[in-house]
Design a protein around this ligand. Sequence first.
Ligand code: GDG
Length: 471
Amino acid sequence: MSDDSYDFVVVSNRLPVDHVVHDDGTAGWTQSPGGLVTALEPIMRSTDGAWVGWAGKPDLDDAPFDSDGIRVVPVPLSTDDVQYYYEGFSNDTLWPLYHDVIAPPSYHRLWWEHYSSVNRRFADAAAAIAAPNATVWVQDYQLQLVPKMLRQQRPDLTIGFFNHIPFPPYGIYSQLPWRTQIIEGVLGADVIGFQRTADAGNFARAVRRLLPYSTRGTTILVPDGDGSREVVARPFPISIDAEAFEELARRPEVQARAAQIRSDLGDPQTVMLGVDRLDYTKGIGHRLKAFGELLADGAVSVGDVVLVQVASPSRERVETYRQLRDEVELTVGRINGDFSTISHQAISYLHHSFPREEMAALFLAADVMLVTALRDGMNLVAKEYVAARFDEDGVLVLSEFAGASDELKTALLINPHDIGGLKQAIVQAVRMPRNERRRRMRTMRKRVSDNDVLHWSATFLAALREARARG
Ligand code: GDG
């Protein structure tokens, strides 16, 4: 290892730090501690790690620097790159396509050109700092060409790729004009991780349809020189730092805040909660429809029940997201107009982001958590709710289209398209006896605590070590 090369390199679209400009005009960096940072921090520190990614604003060109024991290597993006690679190809082509075309994907050759050239820059940046025989872990759908580009430059590296979002069935995936290039890009990795068994299966089927490679179980044989290379493609369901989340929820000030939230809401019998990025994959409209109908039917009534919906702002420069915001806010306004009283609102709608402490307090305050995604890689909110409930109370209503439903089987599992079924589940949740709530929550808590995010990263990295040992 030299001063400027690293044995473990993570490559992701966004860096684990945010670029900020202070009031006095000077610029700096703040930590943005997401789940990925928590998962990778220990290994980053113990193995001399570097993180390659974008700082989140266009036209910055900062030199690499050290942040809390991690080497941070910014990849600059121009305004055009942000528009075409990030907002365009990543968020308006791949995101809707990979989420079962819930919204129509746009296909533009100019966007693809930027996607390829930006992926090339990420690969070059990683290749330049990886030590001989280093391990490089590439994250997510924005960077699917990076594994192959890296391998071409640096065959000595062990390369992992993890897809945080679903991988769609071939009938949908095959729409993509660049479907073969993307598959070949990902196959540059030694280990390819997905959230669910179904995603790994869809990927293997796409490989078989598009390329003459043989697959055996979770192994794909990719031609390499005169022979072939074994690529493993299998599920590694991501998770959260469950212990830290529980610790947060146990803090006296967070518990006091939870009680305050309930009292501010007028001490209803039932607080229901939704927490989502404002994204069309999250099924917010379906949830509102079911709740509105329950109010209209008289199955639940304002004063007894309130729905708190946190919709954190997301991708506001993409037109589909602007339309979604309009639709959601129109529906919330209609339901509140029809059912709220002077003293009680039907829906408390919050279009902001909150600190983690406030999230934990909301989870503690909520009798029923509604996760009604139409398609979701995992859904960490569901796991956070479970981790926060050290009191073994609370009911999780969970879409079977979220990856989390593979593990959280004692949630009330629903099909969000079946509004009748969703309404029944909400009523069941509201009426569920305490011992049934406890029994279901206990089982889910054990699962989330046994399979936390450290388990996730350790399992993936062990698979990478096995790949390296195979040679
Ligand atoms: C993608 C995949 C997969 C949300 N609002 C606030 C806030 N959040 C936090 C939540 C949670 C995270 O953001 C959202 O994670 P999700 O998993 O629910 O969803 P995506 O953002 O779509 O994530 C998803 C994930 O990647 C990981 O692989 O599970 O399927 O789509 O942690 O708590 N946090 C704070 N304030 C907010 O207002 N502090």
